[in-house]
Write a protein that binds this ligand. Structure first.
Ligand SMILES: Nc1ncnc2c1ncn2[C@@H]1O[C@H](COP(=O)(O)OP(=O)(O)OP(=O)(O)O)[C@@H](O)[C@H]1O
Ligand code: SF4
Ligand SMILES: [Mg+2]
Length: 433
């Protein structure tokens, strides 16, 4: 990874285009006539990364893990619930911020939702977003010239024939031309529409473009053309990209660094070569296994089960409900037992109530004593999960009730695995598993 130094370069531009620090975005869940807040969807829950000038950061994860939410926060389209998005900052200042020095002053100068006046306008024009669904993001009643020319008009960059010529120039940059000026979005193919979205994003000559699944709605051959186009534009215009995708294979040849997200948090993050050659998180391995473009390790041939509800993320490691190599230290909790009961033909429908002391301890009430005994046996024998017997502190039945308690486990933190490479897993290495 190159570093341009700690101060603005001759062009006045700093080496870190964007830094996210412990960014969270929680959406309230409202219920009833009074719309009382009954909980929160923790769509993004403490994510940090930085993107260096001219580089591409790949943000990867399954559907629902918070990629779009994070992309929108980073692009200034939505405010974070907590944490900071810092724009155009040099590494030295960022290190001072991380060390807790001059936090207030640094935030005034760089924190996106604290910027005002010219600084805010500078951010707005320098950070653009391209969305997956080009149909939804392009106004169907507007002609290409109006769509691509709008940012130029709004920022008073061009008008009249000057605007037309600038739009033609932008269209040519993305492989379209003058003949497309007076057409509506529905008169283009999906790939062409995405080219128009990219031309619009380029109009103000931005520093950063957040690309949210820009190719996932396209055929494979068109996908490759758009990826090539993005690559060429990056070289020509010194662009920095945040590339969001659910498919690791897509960013393999685009990204310098990859952040793998799971359920609102970072599972693993590292240089692209490290992520492809030496994964330290089972989720990364499983994602690689699920990618059609990547030869997967045999033991991780894909992902089973669905992503848990981000309003109630699992304790300990959020991935423990699906992890093929989970251990007793990974966060087993009452919900894991409840989920098993709901899916188990002999026990489903017989759970009458759950009285929780915490996520790790509860009294389960059943319709009959026989089911209570089956559940205790399933916990103790490892039928629910092989590592559960080691994690459980108490599993006892009293008639139709079961007292169950697991050792409380904190969140699994990210730890360093190599230069610029971190992962949140209790295993120090996956090589021997
Ligand atoms: N405005 C909102 N209000 C409430 N919940 C939301 C809102 N926007 C997103 N969510 C929830 O936040 C979680 C993350 O959604 P997000 O769209 O960021 O995921 P994603 O990773 O982009 O998924 P996909 O790959 O399907 O695009 C989901 O559970 C989603 O339902
Ligand atoms: S900490 Fe590692 S081993 Fe444990 S569940 Fe998470 S990913 Fe799997
Ligand atoms: Mg999305």
């Amino acid at each position: 990874m190159t570093s341009v130094g700690s101060h603005p370069t001759e062009t006045g531009r700093r080496d870190v285009v964007l830094a996210a620090r412990e960014v969270a975005k929680h959406f309230p869940i409202k219920e009833g006539v009074l719309q009382r807040v009954a909980g929160h969807v923790k769509a993004v829950d403490g994510v940090s990364f930085e993107i260096r000038r001219g580089q591409t950061l790949g943000l990867v994860g399954e559907s629902g893990c918070g990629k779009t939410t994070l992309g929108r926060v980073v692009a200034g389209l939505s405010e974070p619930t907590a944490g900071a998005v810092l724009f155009d900052i040099d590494s030295e200042t960022l290190a001072a911020y991380d060390g807790g020095s001059s936090v207030g002053d640094i935030e005034t100068a760089h924190k996106v939702d604290a910027l005002t006046g010219d600084a805010y306008r500078r951010f707005r024009r320098n950070c653009q977003m391209v969305f997956q669904d080009s149909f939804a993001s392009l106004n169907p009643r507007h002609l290409t010239i109006d769509i691509v020319g709008r940012p130029l008009r709004v920022h008073k960059e061009a008008s009249g024939s000057g605007l037309t010529e600038r739009v033609v120039e932008l269209l040519e940059q993305v492989g379209l031309g003058r003949q497309h000026l007076y057409r509506y979005p529905h008169q283009f193919s999906g790939g062409q529409r995405q080219r128009i979205s990219i031309a619009r994003a380029l109009a103000l000559d931005p520093e950063l473009i957040v690309l949210d699944e820009p190719t996932s709605a396209l055929d494979v051959s068109v996908q490759a053309q758009i990826l090539n186009l993005l690559h060429e534009l990056q070289q020509a215009n010194d662009l920095t990209y945040l590339f969001i995708t659910h498919d690791l294979g897509v960013v393999r040849h685009m990204a310098d660094h990859i952040v793998v997200m799971y359920l609102g948090t970072v599972a693993e993050s590292g240089p692209t070569s490290a992520i492809f050659e030496n994964q330290h998180h089972p989720y990364t391995k499983a994602l690689l296994g699920a990618s059609p473009d990547v030869d997967a390790a045999e033991e991780f041939t894909g992902l089973e089960g669905s992503v848990p509800d981000p309003a109630h993320p699992p304790q300990g490691c959020r991935f423990h409900t699906r992890c093929p190599v989970a251990t007793a230290r990974c966060g087993w909790e009452v919900d894991d037992v409840v989920r098993w009961i709901e899916d188990e033909p002999g026990a489903a429908g017989r759970l009458a109530g759950v009285k929780r002391d915490s996520a790790f301890a509860a009294e389960l009430a059943f319709d009959d004593a026989a089911t209570a005994a089956v559940v205790v046996d399933a916990i103790r024998s490892g039928r629910i999960h092989a590592s559960m017997p080691e994690a459980v502190l108490k599993a006892e039945s009293r008639d139709s009730r079961v007292d169950v308690e697991f050792g409380a486990v904190p969140d699994v933190e990210l730890s360093v695995r190599g230069p610029g490479h971190v992962a949140a897993c209790v295993h120090e290495s996956l090589l021997d598993l």
